[in-house]
Write a protein that binds this ligand. Sequence first.
Ligand code: HEC
Length: 121
Amino acid sequence: MMPLHTRTAAARIARQLSLAAAVLLAAGIMARAQDEAPEDYPPGDGRDGAFYACTACHGFKLVAAQGMSRVQWDATINLMTSKHGMPALEGRDREVVLNYLEAAFPPRAVPSRGFQNPFIK
Ligand code: HEC
């Protein structure tokens, strides 16, 4: 059995180490979001425009994780403006961004019911 003061010192060091690890982890996540580039995403007209319009506040990964119809993307852009204060995207700029989002991140196919042979893609 360790003397009490040794154990509390060990606990303090362990706590400081886990705090340091948490700080490093958070810094790493934030750095990674900054490291994104348009080239990380499917090629297409308007990719750069969409990327820079949407990454002012969050990673493009958040955008690319969605699959939506044009109407839904349009509503999402409205939501970013009304709820989160994104500068309104209008006219040609909006067209360009919408064209890209619609082409690159369409609604995902709904899996059909019934048996799916996992070896046939
Ligand atoms: C002015 C800041 C800002 C800009 C610019 C912005 N967003 Fe967002 N967006 C947010 C915030 C804040 C959230 C919610 C918090 C989060 O998850 O980071 C969010 C969340 C999202 C989500 C997830 C919604 C959900 O229900 O989880 C999507 C999709 C999205 N944004 C799409 C876009 C697209 C597409 C663009 C570019 C046209 C864009 N955003 C530009 C602020 C912004």
